[in-house]
Design a protein around this ligand. Structure first.
Ligand SMILES: C[S@@+](CC[C@H](N)C(=O)[O-])C[C@H]1O[C@@H](n2cnc3c(N)ncnc32)[C@H](O)[C@@H]1O
Length: 347
């Protein structure tokens, strides 16, 4: 099936109208992974003829066919991806898809879904195909020049809000700089939570900033967000309460070994952190020490094995380390925090 294979195969799916023949064989994808269907699951299964074309299929069958094709390619989130792509091809949300489940796809819809299927099977992430990704519950537009924001990066937002929580500054005026802002994810998430804050996002890639600006406008945050194309802090004067950054931190030599989704679809400039992955931190740590207001905080995302070295770079730059690195949901030390010494009112 799909690219590089025959165009049709039969697998088993639950539910009414799933297919044309009764059979008790497990799906090829499942059998290949050594998971024959348990007896109970086999009952009531019907053979679904899976083809590359969705023409003449109902919405429900098309979604199932896509899920099967993705599963056969070992896409981990096959069911979710199939639901999202089918919904996007049809312009329907989950409720809309469920209520129209038995409707046949139009020719345009089948062609669109076939295109989405081809791209996903070739390794393009769903967020890139849809051109949008949710971050901190905010829908963010993407472009070829922006990284797809990752859930791990929400750790920076969480940590910053927590550090500001007990402080009057949380509701007061706060100046935030986001270095390497990409789609604007971190800055816009923070501005959405801090009504008195304003911020600037910088990026070396001016095209990425156009997307960040669009996101700021669509989220109603444009009056408090500015964007400037420059090398990290080059265009910034001092006095920041918060500097945040998720810079490129992959070692150059490791990029070839990344998954296709990342290596071939995220911009190289968003990934490549130089020989040891630490190039950006060597610039950001001393710049932040110079540009932060007294008591101001620097929060940076780091790779899974970089927290110690980044903490050392911060200490070398004269920042204090107000606590241990914050861990992400997988327990990885993901965010390193530095603070400029308090000479007047502190955070
Ligand atoms: C890992 S991405 C992070 C994007 C976004 N902040 C996020 O978390 O989704 C790193 C970003 O840094 C930008 N970048 C790379 N080198 C830079 C530099 N020298 N100065 C400013 N930005 C840079 C890239 O263009 C990219 O948008």
């Amino acid at each position: 099936m799909g690219e590089g294979g025959s165009n049709t195969h039969s697998v088993f799916e639950t539910g009414e109208g799933a297919g044309r023949h009764e059979s008790l064989s497990p799906s090829p994808a499942r059998a290949a992974r050594g998971h024959p269907l348990p007896q109970g699951e086999r009952e009531g299964r019907k053979r679904l003829r899976v083809t590359d074309s969705f023409t003449g299929q109902t919405i429900e069958t098309a979604r199932r066919m896509l899920a099967i094709r993705l599963r056969a390619r070992d896409v981990e989130s096959a069911d979710l991806d199939a639901r999202l792509l089918t919904g996007a091809a049809l312009g329907l949300d989950l409720t809309g898809m469920m209520s129209a489940a038995k409707r046949l796809l139009t020719d345009d819809e089948s062609a669109r879904l076939a295109d989405f299927a081809r791209r996903r099977i070739a390794g393009e992430p769903v967020a890139r195909i849809l051109g949008v990704r949710e971050f901190w519950s905010l829908p963010l537009q993407l472009s070829a020049d922006t990284l797809v924001p990752r859930p791990d990066t929400e750790t920076i937002v969480e940590a910053a809000l927590e550090l500001l929580d007990n402080d009057r500054r949380r509701n007061g005026s706060l100046a935030i700089a986001d270095l390497g802002t990409g789609s604007g994810a971190i800055l816009l998430a923070l501005l959405s939570e801090l009504p008195g804050a304003f911020g600037v996002g910088t990026d070396i890639n001016a095209a990425a900033l156009r997307t960040a600006q669009l996101n700021a406008r669509q989220l109603g945050l444009a009056s408090r967000a500015g964007f400037v194309a420059c090398n990290y802090t080059d265009a910034l004067a001092g006095g920041w309460d918060l500097i945040v950054s998720n810079p490129p931190y992959i070692r150059s030599a490791d990029i070839a070994g990344l998954s296709i989704e990342v290596r071939d679809h995220d911009p190289r400039r968003a990934l490549d952190g130089g020989v040891d992955g630490l190039d950006a931190y060597r610039i950001i740590a001393p710049d932040a020490a110079r540009l932060l207001a007294p008591g101001g905080l620097l929060l940076v995302e780091v790779g899974h094995d970089q927290s110690g070295e980044v903490a050392r770079l911060m200490a070398d730059a004269g920042l204090t380390l107000p606590g241990s690195p914050r861990t992400d949901l997988a327990g990885i030390r993901r965010v390193v925090i530095g603070q400029k010494s308090i000479r007047q009112d502190g955070i």
